[in-house]
Design a protein around this ligand. Structure first.
Ligand code: WTA
Length: 660
C-alpha cells in the first residue's frame, strides 16, 4: 500500500447473518458484558483470566511494559506448564478422563490415553530427557509424526523447563539443520517414520542428514531419541541414537515438576518467512498459557463433555496452542489424528467425527475448499450430528466456503468461528464469540475481550468504517511473542517499527472495516493489487470466484500490465461435478466476477488448473503464480508441499484451455 489517500476498495457485499443458537447463547462461557469489562480495565481482565492457571507462586504485577516492545506478563509468578496441562487434572479427580483419542492413519490403529496415563508418560519422558543430559534452559528439537509421543515430548520439555522447537515433519533435512543450529538444540526427538497417504514415510534419515549438516555449521547435536512407530529400517549410531522404548518406557513414572518463572522460555517456533532466514518466534510460559487457555475456553465455548478436534499439525503454532497447551490446560478430551484426510479414502475425517462423537472441530479453509471440490455426498454419507461448533484458521475463509462448512458439515446448526491470529500472537486475537456474535460469512468480526486491534492508514490513524488499511494490535497481550530467538533488533524492526510512534504491533496483514465496523482480514498486504488505481484484495476476488457453483478453489495474483499497472490473473480449480466446465467456462467466470464485484475486478486471465501451489501449511504460494502470470521462469519451489504441482499447472496451460 503506497498511497495514503486510497483505501482498499470495499466491493464485495455480504448480507447473510447467522445468529448464535439460543441454547448456546443461554449457557455461553463468555457473554457480551465481557467486552466492556475488559475494555474498562484490561489488566484487571487479564489478571482474572490468569486464575484459570495454577500458580506455584502468585504474580505481583500483571504487566511490565516499561521497556517496550519487550513485555513481561505476570511478573514474579511461578508455574509449571506441564503440571497445568496434566497433573492438576489428575489431582482434581479427573485422572480417568480421556485426554487423547489417538487415531493412527492405518485404520483400526487407535489408542486412548487418560489424564492419569498422560501424567505417567510425561513424567517418564521428563526423567528420560534429564538422563540424556537435558537441563532447564537447554533446547530440544522435535521432528515427529502426529503421534501421542510428540505431545508427550512437548510436555516433558515444558516440565523440565527445556524450551522445545517443533519442526514440521514434512520439512527437509536442510530446514531442520538450520533450525537445529539457530537454536543450538542439544537433543532431537524423532521417530523412525510415520504413516501418511497410506504408506510409512521415513523421518529418521532426515535427522541423520540434518545432524551432519548442523555439524558443518559448527553445531553438535548430542543425542537423538527415536520412537519406533513404523518399524522401518533405520541407520543407527550407538554414540548418539537412543530408542524411546529403551530410555522412556522403563523410566520412573514419578517426577516432581519444578516451578519456573512466568517469563521462562516455553518454546521457539520458526515461521517460514518469505525471504531470508526463518524467524524463531519465542513464547514464554505464563502469559502464553493464560492466552491459550482463555481463548480456547471462550472462543470454542468449551464445556466439560466436549470432544474436541483440531486438525492442525503440531509442527505449526495452531498445534501448539490448540492441540497441546490450550486444550490440555483446560482438561479437554480431544482427537489426535496422524494422517491425511483422504486415507484410506476421502471420508476419513468424517468417519473420525462420527466414531468419536466430535463436538468442536477446528480446521483450515484450504481443507474446507478441498472438501467442497469433492462434493457433499461424502460428508452427507456420515452422521455428523455430534458437531456443535466449527472453527476456521490460517487464511481468510471465503464466504462461500464458510456457508458450505456451516451447512454441509455443521448441518446448519453450528456457529462458525473464523479465528484470526498468528504464530507471533500465540493465541486467537480476532474472532466471533459463538454465544454472542451473529456470524457474518467471511468476517473475523471484532477482537475478543482483552484484545485491542485497529485498522489504520499509513499514518497510523484509524480508518473509518467502509475502508481498509493495516491491521494492528494497539495494546500488549499476554501470549504475545517476546522476541525473535537471538535477534532482538530483528524483532523490533519486523513488528514494531512500522508504527513505532504509536507503539502498535504490525505483522503484515491488511484488513477492512465494513459498515458495521466488523473486520475482514484481507491477507498479507503484499497480496493487495493495484488495478488502474483501485486497490483490490486478492481475497475478495477469490471469494467471488469460489461463489460460482462450478468453482472449488481460486487463487488470484496481480500481474504487471502496461495499461492498468496490474491486472487480475486468476487460477481456478473446478469442482469435480463441473467436469471441464464447458466451452465457455472462462467467459462465464469473468462475467460472474464482473457481476459480483464489478468490472474493475474482472480477471484479465483465468487459467483452469488441476492444483494450486501450496506450502506445507496450506498457504498458496502466490509468488509462483505471479511467475506464471508474468511469463517468467518459475522461481524456487522447494517449500512447496508437492513440488510437482507447478509442472501440472504448466502442462495444463499448454493444453490450451483457459487462457484468454
Ligand atoms: C493468516 C496461523 C484471515 C494471516 C494461526 C496471518 C488469517 C497468518 C486467519 C498467520 C483468518 C490466519 N483470517 N487470515 N482467520 N488466520 N490468517 O503464523 O495472514 O501460520 O498473518 O498462524 O495467516 O499465519 P501463522
Amino acid at each position: 500500500m503506497s498511497n495514503t489517500d486510497q483505501t482498499l476498495a470495499n466491493l464485495l457485499q455480504e448480507d447473510r447473518r447467522f445468529d448464535p443458537p439460543a441454547e448456546l447463547a443461554a449457557h455461553a462461557n463468555l457473554t457480551a458484558e465481557a467486552y466492556d469489562r475488559a475494555a474498562a480495565d484490561r489488566e484487571g481482565f487479564w489478571a482474572a483470566q490468569a486464575e484459570r492457571i495454577t500458580w506455584a507462586e502468585p504474580f505481583t504485577q500483571v504487566l511490565d511494559w516499561s521497556d517496550p516492545p519487550f513485555a513481561k506478563w505476570y511478573v514474579g509468578g511461578k508455574l509449571n506448564a506441564a503440571y497445568n496441562c496434566v497433573d492438576r487434572h489428575v489431582e482434581a479427580g479427573r485422572g480417568d478422563k480421556v485426554a487423547i483419542h489417538f487415531v493412527g492413519e492405518p485404520v483400526g490403529d487407535t489408542r486412548s490415553i487418560t489424564y492419569a496415563e498422560l501424567q505417567d508418560l510425561v513424567s517418564q519422558a521428563a526423567n528420560a530427557l534429564t538422563d540424556l543430559g537435558v537441563a532447564a534452559g537447554d533446547r530440544v528439537a522435535i521432528y515427529m509424526p502426529m503421534i501421542p509421543e510428540a505431545v508427550v515430548t512437548m510436555l516433558a520439555c515444558a516440565r523440565i523447563g527445556a524450551p522445545h522447537t517443533v519442526v514440521f515433519g514434512g520439512f527437509s533435512s536442510d530446514a531442520l539443520a538450520s533450525r537445529l543450529e539457530d537454536c543450538q538444540a542439544k537433543v532431537v526427538v524423532t521417530a523412525d517414520g510415520g504413516y501418511r497417504r497410506g504408506a510409512a514415510s521415513a523421518l529418521k534419515p532426515a535427522v541423520d542428514e540434518a545432524r551432519t549438516k548442523a555439524e558443518t555449521l559448527g553445531h553438535t547435536v548430542e543425542k537423538v531419541l527415536v520412537v519406533r512407530r513404523t518399524g522401518q529400517e533405520v541407520e543407527w549410531d550407538d554414540s548418539v541414537d537412543v530408542w524411546w522404548h529403551d530410555a522412556v518406557d522403563g523410566a520412573s513414572t514419578q517426577h516432581t515438576p519444578e516451578a519456573f518463572d512466568a517469563e521462562h522460555p516455553l518454546y521457539v517456533m520458526y515461521t517460514s518467512g518469505t525471504t531470508g532466514k526463518p524467524k524463531g518466534i519465542l513464547h514464554t510460559t505464563g502469559g502464553y498459557l493464560v492466552g491459550c487457555s482463555y481463548t480456547h475456553w471462550a472462543v470454542f465455548d468449551l464445556k466439560d463433555d466436549d470432544v474436541y478436534w483440531c486438525t492442525a499439525d503440531i509442527g505449526w503454532v495452531t498445534g501448539h496452542s490448540y492441540i497441546v497447551y490450550g486444550p490440555l490446560a483446560n482438561g479437554v478430551t480431544q482427537v489426535l489424528y496422524e494422517g491425511t484426510p483422504d486415507s484410506p479414502e476421502r471420508g476419513r475425517w468424517w468417519d473420525i467425527i462420527e466414531q468419536h462423537g466430535v463436538t468442536i472441530f477446528y480446521t483450515a479453509p484450504t481443507a474446507i475448499r478441498s472438501f467442497m471440490k469433492q462434493g457433499r455426498e461424502i460428508p452427507d454419507a456420515r452422521d455428523l450430528s455430534s458437531l456443535r461448533l466449527l472453527g476456521s484458521v490460517g487464511e481468510p475463509i471465503n464466504p462461500e466456503a464458510y456457508v458450505w462448512y456451516r451447512h454441509v458439515i455443521g448441518g446448519d446448526r453450528t456457529p462458525v468461528v473464523d479465528t484470526w491470529w498468528q504464530t507471533e500472537t500465540g493465541s486467537i486475537m480476532i474472532s466471533p464469540l459463538p454465544g454472542v456474535t451473529a456470524g457474518k460469512p467471511g468476517s473475523a468480526m471484532i477482537p475478543i475481550p482483552g484484545v485491542a486491534a485497529e485498522v489504520v492508514d499509513e499514518e497510523g490513524k484509524p480508518v473509518p468504517n467502509g475502508s481498509g488499511g493495516y491491521l494492528v494490535l494497539t495494546e500488549p497481550w499476554p501470549s504475545m511473542l517476546r522476541t525473535i530467538w537471538g535477534d532482538d533488533e530483528r524483532f523490533k524492526e519486523t513488528y514494531w517499527s512500522r508504527f513505532a510512534k504509536q507503539g502498535y504491533y504490525f505483522a503484515g496483514d491488511g484488513a477492512k472495516k465494513d459498515s458495521d465496523g466488523d473486520l475482514w482480514v484481507l491477507g498479507r498486504v503484499d497480496d493487495v493489487m493495484n488495478v488502474s488505481g483501485h486497490r483490490l484484495s486478492t481475497t475478495e476476488i477469490e471469494s467471488a470466484l469460489v461463489s460460482h457453483p462450478k468453482v472449488a478453489e481460486a487463487a488470484v495474483v496481480g500481474a504487471k500490465d502496461e495499461d492498468t499497472g496490474q491486472a487480475v490473473c486468476a487460477f481456478v480449480i473446478l469442482r469435480e461435478e463441473a467436469g471441464d466446465g464447458g466451452d465457455d467456462i472462462v467467459a462465464e467466470l469473468r462475467k460472474h466476477v464482473r457481476k459480483e464485484i464489478g468490472p474493475i475486478a474482472t480477471p484479465r486471465q483465468i487459467m483452469i488448473v488441476p492444483e494450486l501451489p501450496k506450502t506445507r501449511s496450506g498457504k498458496i504460494m502466490r509468488r509462483l503464480l505471479r511467475d506464471v502470470a508474468e511469463n517468467r521462469e518459475v522461481g524456487d519451489v522447494t517449500t512447496l508441499a508437492d513440488s510437482s504441482v507447478m509442472d501440472l499447472i504448466s502442462s495444463g496451460l499448454s493444453g490450451g484451455k483457459g487462457d484468454e
